[in-house]
Design a protein around this ligand. Structure first.
Ligand SMILES: Cc1cc2nc3c(=O)[nH]c(=O)nc-3n(C[C@H](O)[C@H](O)[C@H](O)COP(=O)(O)O)c2cc1C
Length: 333
């Protein structure tokens, strides 16, 4: 099987049966940090529970599991939208570390956001530099509407350049941090074969880089993956974007991080439905020292900036892979 075939099977159209497996498959198509897929789904007749898979934590980039719970929120949002297509009303409730989703029969609802689930991708490339219309901005902003979560839209060129400065500052700090780089390398997949062996992680072609056998790529990484080179690329990619959205929750607990994930996934799906691309540029929220400066820049007061995404029009990149539902599902009672 080729990489493209594997990515296509992962994104096959939603089938009515087997119902729980299909809902889980669609949930796992969500954005998730480093593509670690840090989730375990327990399915019973009328309920699916999403729990964290703590074996897939990333303590260097995500010491408090913030991104992990945002990722669970992204998965919950996909599950809600997929359920609505199958005639199920899904009501996610965050309880402690889990998201409990009760399913109730109703009429099927088609929506552009649900249709975008198999198409959405994080597109880490240069966009066309053109602004988007006021109506597009309004739709993107309303997709982020979620209780306890604010969305800050930046379209002013000077403010966008300011964000690029924070991204560069955060990226430099991360690339000088051995623990961050060691952890990142564990999730990098340099070849199709490596990516398909685990069906997770960050495959080089999904970030616009060539695929190479790992034994060639790993020793060369330090030559091609440099702090200056990456900073230049980030600045160019950010400057080519139509805008940036920052999500900030009212509080810093797991329930709020899950809510941020739901808003963030809807943003990505709405951008996709509008024919736009988007990508995460989270360095300023991942490096604690930069995060507090970035919060002041946005006048967030005590609130934490949770997620940063840029958007615009651009070409698609190869899609990422996911593990099969069987690998992330447990039978419920
Ligand atoms: C909480 C969270 C944080 C993320 N941070 C970044 C980031 O800083 N940079 C980046 O390129 N991608 C980031 N991503 C995107 C993931 O790497 C991406 O969703 C994953 O590799 C799967 O690929 P896909 O979104 O194309 O399906 C983040 C995703 C989530 C949910």
């Amino acid at each position: 099987m080729t990489y493209e075939e594997a990515a296509g099977i992962v994104r096959a159209p939603l089938q009515p049966t087997p119902r729980s497996r299909e809902l889980v498959r669609f949930a796992t198509l969500a954005a998730n940090s480093h593509n670690t897929q840090p989730w375990i789904f327990t399915a019973s007749a009328d309920r699916i529970v999403i729990a964290p898979d703590l074996a897939r934590r990333c303590p260097a980039v995500d010491p408090d599991d913030h991104h992990l719970f945002v990722s669970l929120g992204c998965a919950a949002e996909n599950l809600v939208l997929a359920a609505s297509m199958l005639g199920l009303k899904a009501n996610p409730v965050a309880t402690g570390e889990e998201i409990v989703i009760d399913l109730e029969t109703t009429s099927p609802v088609k929506s552009p956001l649900a249709d975008a689930i198999t198409v959405r991708q994080s597109t880490r490339t240069t966009y066309d530099g053109r602004p988007v219309s006021g109506e597009t901005l309004r739709l993107l902003e309303s997709a982020c509407r979620e209780p306890g979560v604010s969305a800050i839209m930046l379209t002013d060129r000077a403010r966008i350049s300011n964000v690029a400065d924070y991204v560069v500052q955060g990226n430099s700090a991360q690339m000088r941090d051995k623990a961050f780089m060691d952890e990142l390398q564990r999730w990098l997949r340099f070849s199709e074969a490596d990516a398909m062996a685990t069906m997770d992680g960050l495959f080089s072609r999904c970030s616009g880089n060539p695929a190479l056998p790992a034994w060639i790529a790993r020793p060369l990484l330090g030559l091609f993956f440099t702090e200056n080179g990456e900073n230049r690329k980030y600045r160019e990619q950010i400057e080519s974007s139509a805008g940036i959205v920052v999500l900030a929750a009212d509080a810093g607990d797991k329930a709020h991080w899950i809510a941020v994930g739901r808003a963030c996934q809807r943003f990505g799906l709405q951008a996709t439905a509008l024919g736009l691309k988007y990508a995460f540029i989270n360095q300023p929220v991942e490096v604690a020292a930069v995060r507090s400066q970035f919060a002041s820049f946005l006048n967030l007061g005590e609130r934490r900036p949770d997620i940063i995404m840029r958007f615009g029009a651009g070409p698609a990149l190869p899609n990422s892979l996911r593990r099969a539902p069987e690998q992330v599902m447990r039978e419920g009672s």
